[in-house]
Design a protein around this ligand. Structure first.
Ligand code: PLP
Length: 392
């Protein structure tokens, strides 16, 4: 056998290790941990969706389908985006169905960003973007939104572009945001859209939490800047369908044809029976899904109040199902140390804020997910309270 195998691609080697999993492995007694870490809805997939998927399998919907997405499900996506966000895309050619938002990002980055080119990423941000960008040989150009209460502004974009050392092709928006829960009003988006237009950069808008807004309805930037925006969404969070791996991209047909080429070569397509289940999910009304949102809202109110009672400063959670909380000053520790000790001694797992950002300020925070079922949330918070009372 040869001893001289070539090394694996350095882009893969340099992907930051999955901090969360690495962190969990280091913690002893993992079986006693209550996890307030995952962005995993604490609900089952709606019964009508399960039935439609089972019917599809029984009807042998298990052969190669249309690589861009079956026409029926793409039509359902157009209908859903019109119904929920008043988005008007002329045809199913404006849609590509992907294996979750995760694959959507890979396909978009590979399409828009050439080797060494930049993507503006307002931070804190969902960690998987960095790995996907690195696999596309793109360069992250981070923006520190902590400077403005975790809200992106045109001034922050102007500053980042003025200082960028690589040509910047696009900006990645994610609102409601993981991990902060921050979202944007129509007026704020109008200002941002004008800025993106001025700079002529693509907007990649990850709106996966769009159904989960608590202060006001979600407004898609795709409405303001359709010629320059790729709206990305999926069913993982809103419909409790993380395991279905169903996402989609909407954008100008001129660029969608290229995204489709990349998507086709990465995955060929989403499984046809999953698309059938998704088609049913996309036809569910908002009222039929409200039970989840109402429950998240209750969990959010409970968790926010509990954290504030313990002295945490919580970023106003307007959407998604996360709380980004600043560790009380009397602890005198950063997010990593706090999270590590809380797991070891208090048996509750949370994520250090630094896992979402290159900037120092984020390390004063932890992220808590309230997606988990109410009973687990209550157990987790009782343990958190005990730990804090003993540690103080
Ligand atoms: N985008 C954001 C902001 C997320 O928080 C997550 C999951 O936590 C995803 C995308 C993953 O989406 P999907 O399950 O559709 O791949």
């Amino acid at each position: 056998m040869t001893e001289t195998l070539l090394p694996v691609n350095q882009a893969v080697v340099s992907i930051a290790p999955d901090k969360l999993l690495g962190f969990q492995r280091q913690v002893s007694g993992i079986e006693d941990l209550t996890f307030l870490t995952f962005g995993e809805p604490g609900f089952d997939t709606p019964a009508v969706v399960k039935e439609a998927t089972i019917d599809a399998i029984n009807n042998n919907r298990s052969h190669y389908g249309n690589s861009q997405g079956e026409p029926g499900v793409r039509k359902a996506i157009l209908g859903y985006m019109k119904d929920r966000y008043d988005l008007d895309y002329p045809s199913i050619d404006n849609v590509v169905v992907t294996v979750g938002v995760t694959e959507a990002m890979q396909s978009i980055f590979k399409t828009l960003i050439a080797k060494g080119e930049g993507l503006l990423i307002p931070e804190p941000a969902y960690g998987s973007y960095f790995a996907s960008l690195s696999l596309a040989d793109g360069v992250a150009v981070p923006i520190d939104t902590a400077k403005n209460k975790f809200k992106l502004t045109p001034a922050l974009v102007d500053e980042a572009l003025a200082q960028a050392t690589v040509p910047v092709r696009a900006i990645l928006l994610n609102y409601p945001n993981n991990p902060t829960g921050v979202t944007y009003s129509k007026a704020e988006l109008e200002e941002l859209a004008a800025c993106f237009k001025k700079h002529q950069i693509w907007v990649i808008s990850d709106e996966i939490y769009s159904e989960l807004t608590y202060a006001h309805d979600h407004y898609s930037i795709g409405k303001l800047l359709p010629e320059q925006t790729l709206v990305v969404n999926g069913l993982s969070k809103s419909h409790a369908m993380t395991g279905y791996r169903f996402g989609f991209i909407l954008g100008p047909a001129s660029v969608m044809q290229y995204i489709q080429k990349v998507h086709g070569s990465l995955t060929y397509s989403v499984p046809t029976f999953i698309e059938d289940g998704a088609e049913t999910a996309l036809q569910m009304t908002r009222a039929e899904l409200d039970y989840m949102k109402e429950s998240y809202q209750d969990r959010r109110d409970f968790a926010k109040q509990a954290l504030e009672d313990l002295g945490f400063d919580v970023v106003d959670p307007e959407g998604a199902f996360y709380l980004f909380a600043k560790i009380p000053a009397d602890f005198g520790t950063d997010g990593w140390t706090f999270a590590e000790k809380l797991a070891e001694e208090g048996k509750v797992a949370v994520i250090p804020g630094a896992a979402f950002s290159h900037f120092k300020e984020a390390n004063a925070y932890i992220r808590i997910s309230y997606a988990t079922a109410q009973d687990q949330l209550e157990i987790g918070f009782a343990k958190l309270r005990d730990y804090i009372e003993k540690a103080r």
